[in-house]
Design a binder for this molecule. Sequence first.
Ligand code: DGL
Length: 262
Amino acid sequence: MSKSIGVFDSGVGGLTVAGELIRQLPNENIIYFGDTARVPYGIRSQETIIRYSVDDALFLLKHDVKLICVACNTASSVALPVIRNHFKVPVVGVIIPGAKEAVYASRNKRIGVIGTRGTIKSRSYEKELKRLDPKVKVFAQACPLFVPFAEEGCLSGSEISSIAAKYLKPLKNAKVDTLILGCTHYPLLKPVIKKIMGNNVTLIDSARQVALEVKNILTSEGLLNGKHKAVYKFFVSDNPEWFSSLAHRFLGRQVMGVKVNV
Ligand code: DGL
């Protein structure tokens, strides 16, 4: 079998990125690893996030993947340089593609970023946005309750709406015209976020850009598969039943035969 693209995340959220890879690269095999025994990463120290992310990459490399996609925003924010330095395969994170799209989309150069505490604390998006365009003003907000709400399927209703209104108020007040959804789970909350931010604010979900970047790298390295039926394999470090039960919401399709690997 031809080599796979390896994708890892702290848990189930990275399936939003895997879904986009499947859509844009239908001939590519994918091996997905969700570290469900140690999720969430968003509340951990930088050292721990790096250690977990290196373990995740090593697991994928045991399966001889041709490229690693770090689907987790927290892991991408904190551990990407370490993973890149340690391993020879191309490594694609989610921060640069999301930042690029945001700079391209923003007219007033006022860009909001929402993510886990770990992502916001790292200031990864802010650094990248300012590198791309030193004139942009960045307004960042951690939204720690969004992950459990998305996992519980509470995507609308009064509770999530009032939590979202509170988190997003400073960004609305700052008059951002572009908002980066800097966490794997937030695309599920797009309708509620859109309602609060209004139609004039562009929501950036980096998955599409990430898949494009993966495609570009595989093309330039001559690693793209020819036409064939792609194979998808899903591994977790704990609780495959929980992963499978949530997978449909995040991936848009059923996931069968999830294996545990520790
Ligand atoms: N996957 C994480 C992210 O995108 C969210 C969940 C977690 O905190 O582990 O930042």
